[in-house]
Ligand binder design. Structure first.
Ligand code: PGA
Length: 248
């Protein structure tokens, strides 16, 4: 049983007031279930206090990015060692905003992923096609190419959760249908199964892109979808709780 994971990506939003209000409520909600886990990715500066705040809540707190270097003259960067020093063990990599707005290539994302895992982290690894690629019927080709470097290192897989996030569904209110999301997540699981059947069965695969309390249950009840990566709706306590609580 893989269970379900609901992860909130706060992006460049959120503050301690939101964390203070949200975490105790998530704790109460999680206490009522035994197969749902929850994760939040706040900004770097909120990590330290949020990890402390969430320590006995069942909510895991992770970072949204990390440097490719362990230390040194890299102004503005945050290293794995720094994340480790505040107790973070999770990092989100390959988000389409990092790929598109900050020109992060598959190669760079792979470099961050392998370094993070080699340093004891678990990575939520995002993949997904643009609207143009979707309309051209290239979803599977794009996903396969985004996954190719990590699939060449099967030993990394046990420390990876994959998030399928079609770029056209992120922040647009346009959710993939449960069937579209299932097809992509099934394809991802099949790619892993070609390499490692056991890992394919154990791999958590999330869907992300305009998830809310109205569509989460339909999406998360698909065979190959093990929960969601939630942006906008993770910034409103009632909406995020609503996602946890709509899962049947
Ligand atoms: P959204 O964002 O839920 O606001 O579409 C999802 C994400 O970017 O992870």
């Amino acid at each position: 049983m893989r269970g379900l994971l609901v992860a909130g990506n706060w992006k460049m939003n959120g503050d301690f007031a939101l964390a203070n209000e949200m975490i105790p409520k998530l704790k109460l909600s999680l206490a009522k279930t035994n197969n749902i886990s929850c994760m939040l990715f706040p900004s770097f500066i909120h990590l330290d206090r949020m990890i402390e705040l969430a320590s006995d809540s069942g909510v895991t707190i992770g970072a949204q990015n990390v440097s490719t270097n362990l230390s040194g003259a890299y102004t503005g960067e945050v290293s794995l060692q720094m994340l480790k020093s505040v107790g973070a063990k999770q990092v989100l990599l390959g988000h389409s905003e990092r790929r598109n707005l900050y020109q992060e290539s598959d190669k760079l994302i792979y470099k961050k992923t392998s370094l993070a895992i080699e340093n004891g982290f678990h990575v939520t690894f995002c993949v997904g096609e643009t609207l143009e690629q979707f309309e051209a019927g290239h979803t599977q080709t794009v996903i396969a190419s985004q996954l190719s470097e990590i699939l060449a290192r099967p030993e990394l897989l046990k420390n990876i959760t994959i998030a399928y996030e079609p770029v056209w569904a992120i922040g647009t209110g346009k959710t993939a249908t449960p069937e579209q999301a299932q097809a992509a997540c099934e394809f991802i699981r099949m790619q892993i199964a070609k390499i490692d059947q056991v890992q394919a069965e154990q791999m958590m695969i999330l869907y992300g892109g305009s998830v809310n309390a109205g569509n989460a249950n339909d999406l998360f009840s698909q065979t190959d979808i093990d929960g969601g990566l939630v942006g906008g709706a993770s910034l409103k306590v009632e909406q995020f709780l609503g996602i946890l609580e709509c899962i049947k």
